[in-house]
Design a protein around this ligand. Structure first.
Ligand code: SD4
Length: 326
């Protein structure tokens, strides 16, 4: 994978390659915007490259953003080497792998599952909740029953590697708060703008390693781990979910874009909000990525180490090192 990774300097985004045009923000201020770049994709961490490749095939065929984001993150869910998503995810303190996921389309419809066990593709279950039920969120046994009824097979998600790490943790001082950052946080969040100009997003994770049984993070919470507004843009989060929930992080990023901030600036301001709401911010990682309606993108985080994958009509699929507060 690493030879496919091409790092760009932090905060360099489509802004540098797209002609800028002046326009008015909702608050009446003059802001710089840019021509629409579509299709466009942005996703968290280095598994984003593979997810983007799958999503791009759909977008390149004039497919829909919602199909692209689901197809992209399903690959990550199936990869046993990714220890924070789907199969191979690190378990909770009892040794159970529990999955959280949510999805949102261009109409503002959303679906979510949390604390889901033994199902390979929580993102597809979340989409079925969105499209085939009157509800937004199913959790635990109910979510699993729904998934089984929809034909998802029951499988073991705990790989030998994650089991061994868990057993090692049991013999250690058993800290609930896991190590931060790339060592332990690699939820996939994927945002897409399709050739029709529509936005969608998906987010899926096994959550924090060694968490208390029953713990649910930000990733399946609409507005916290993911938010999409087709008039403005979308955002998704990674890192210590408790801190993201406290700031309703992704809704905040989208609202900041609505107020005229670029995707990059909105992520930076949202990280500042997280910092202001979490006195322990130096000990945790939180990162946001965002994609605006015009294909402008950005990302920002607290700790160095976060990177994200971007592919647009003007840019080959590549890793970008996120700017960080520390
Ligand atoms: C959580 N936000 O459950 C997720 C974990 C994560 O990258 O993002 N890992 O808190």
């Amino acid at each position: 994978m690493s030879d496919r990774r091409k790092f760009l300097k932090s905060s360099v985004s489509a802004v540098s390659v797209i002609p800028m045009i002046a326009c008015k923000a909702e608050n009446g201020n003059s802001v710089l915007s840019q021509e629409v770049v579509k299709p466009a994709l942005i996703s968290t961490w280095n598994h984003g490259i593979v997810a983007n490749n799958a999503a791009w095939k759909i977008l390149g065929d004039n497919g829909k953003a919602i199909d692209a984001v689901e197809a992209g993150v399903r690959l990550t869910e199936s990869d046993p080497t990714g220890q924070s998503v789907g199969i191979g995810g690190r378990p909770d303190m009892n040794g159970d792998v529990t999955l959280d996921a949510c999805i949102m389309n261009e109409k503002g419809d959303c679906g979510s599952v949390a604390y889901l066990k033994n199902i390979e593709h929580p993102i597809s279950v979340a989409r079925q909740v969105m499209e085939e039920t009157p509800h937004v969120m199913l959790v635990g046994d109910g979510a699993k029953q729904f998934a089984l009824e929809k034909g998802h097979p029951e499988i073991n998600l705990l790989t030998d590697q994650s089991k061994q790490e868990w057993q090692k943790w049991l013999e250690s001082e058993r800290k609930v708060l896991p190590k931060i950052n790339v060592e332990n946080h690699d939820t996939i969040g994927l945002l897409a703008l399709d050739s029709h100009g529509d936005l969608s997003g998906a987010c899926t994770t096994s959550g924090a390693a060694w968490k208390l049984p029953g713990r649910v993070g930000d990733s399946p919470i609409i507005g916290a781990g993911l938010y999409v507004d087709n008039e403005v843009g979308g955002a998704t989060a990674t890192g210590w979910g408790e801190a993201v929930i406290r700031a309703v992080g992704c809704f905040l990023v989208v609202e900041l874009m609505r107020q005229g901030n670029s995707a990059q600036r909105a992520c930076e301001l949202a990280v500042e909000r997280v910092i202001s709401k979490n006195p322990d911010w130096r000990e945790i990682q939180v990162g946001f990525i965002a994609l605006s309606k015009d294909g402008n993108y950005g990302g920002y985080c607290i700790q160095p180490g976060f990177d994200y994958a971007v592919q647009t009509a003007n840019l080959d699929n590549q890793m970008i090192k996120s700017g960080s507060r520390i």
